[in-house]
Design a protein around this ligand. Structure first.
Ligand code: ATP
Ligand code: MG
Length: 283
């Protein structure tokens, strides 16, 4: 595994930092390393735009290229966020995510290209870290896209939705057939790029994801159920017909899935009381 990564990424250790950098970007990234460390006021850097995730995510122009890169600093979410902030311990998450994105890319799953991953030792086994991948230009996440088209006249809205359902189902199915379980498949982790060749889907945010030879049916269901829950959580403007169209598209031609159609739909639309109460309490 390590060998595969090192064949395309250089490993650099200096001071308390360890970096895996895509070949070709080594000098540039090392020259900028301090700027990529925590708590730099990115908004004062020229050409930087800020994306909104759980935290603010800077998107930085890459010198000598027309590409830009997103730099994502790992932070805890949930109840312990205020206490633990950005300190982690154990198997470094940035390198795990880099490996999954790299493998996904090699298996033909539409994901952004990783530029580097970095960890910085705080003390003992504790570290903080970042991952950086190329920006998908002119893209929006699926939630933003759905909200935007919901303001269109009905017929146009339906036509727009129909256009994205096929490519969306195909991208997720490709990921699953490649043995990748997404750790947080939700409508803000799916990007749509509207280009000359039509709509392209990208999947992002592979923290906590897993790679296997083959995904079990149960794991696929779990992933799709999470996607369904996120639509409910963020009140995405989609109908049951849209969901049905998505499932039919995803199931098409897959005998294992087709024979379990009922099971899929039942589990994916199940009422999640536990999650609902959590969202009410903690947002
Ligand atoms: N490579 C990229 N290209 C373009 N936009 C991106 C890219 N990566 C992230 N974004 C935008 O930033 C948003 C947040 O990114 P991401 O999901 O990685 O962060 P997050 O902190 O996990 O957020 P969340 O908790 O909402 O999942 C995405 O929904 C998307 O709109
Ligand atoms: Mg995300």
């Amino acid at each position: 595994m390590e060998k595969k990564i090192l064949s395309q990424f250089d490993k650099v250790i200096r001071g308390g930092s360890t970096l895996l950098i895509r070949q070709g970007y080594r000098d540039y990234i090392l020259g900028q390393e301090m700027a990529f460390a925590t708590k730099i006021p990115y908004q004062f850097y020229p050409g930087v735009s800020l994306l909104k995730g759980r935290n603010v995510i800077p998107c930085v122009p890459i010198e000598g290229s027309r590409d830009r890169m997103v730099i994502k600093h790992y932070e805890h979410g949930g109840l312990f966020r205020k206490i633990t902030r950005d300190a982690f311990f154990g198997n470094p998450r940035p390198f795990r995510e880099l490996e999954i994105l790299d493998q996904a890319h090699q298996r033909g799953v539409p994901v952004p290209e990783v530029i580097f991953a970095r960890t910085e030792r705080i003390f003992g086994p504790f570290y903080r870290g970042e991952i950086s991948y190329k920006e998908i230009p002119d893209s929006t996440n699926l939630l933003e896209y759905l909200n935007r088209i919901s303001e269109m006249p009905v017929e146009e809205k339906i036509a727009q939705k129909k256009k994205i359902i096929g490519p969306l189902a195909e991208a997720i199915k490709k990921m699953h057939c490649s043995g990748i379980y997404h750790g947080d498949l939700n409508i803000r982790n799916i990007l749509l790029q509207n280009g000359i060749e039509g709509i392209r889907i990208y999947l992002i945010d592979f923290d906590y994801s897993k790679i296997k030879d083959k995904l079990a049916l149960r794991e696929r269901i779990k992933n799709l159920a999470r996607l369904n829950r996120s639509c409910e959580k963020w009140k995405a403007p989609i109908s049951s017909t849209d969901k049905l169209r998505f499932f039919l598209s995803y199931f098409r031609g897959d005998r294992l899935v087709e024979s379990n159609l009922r099971k899929y739909v039942r589990q994916c639309s199940r009422f999640h009381w536990g999650h609902r109460i959590y969202w009410k309490l903690f947002g």
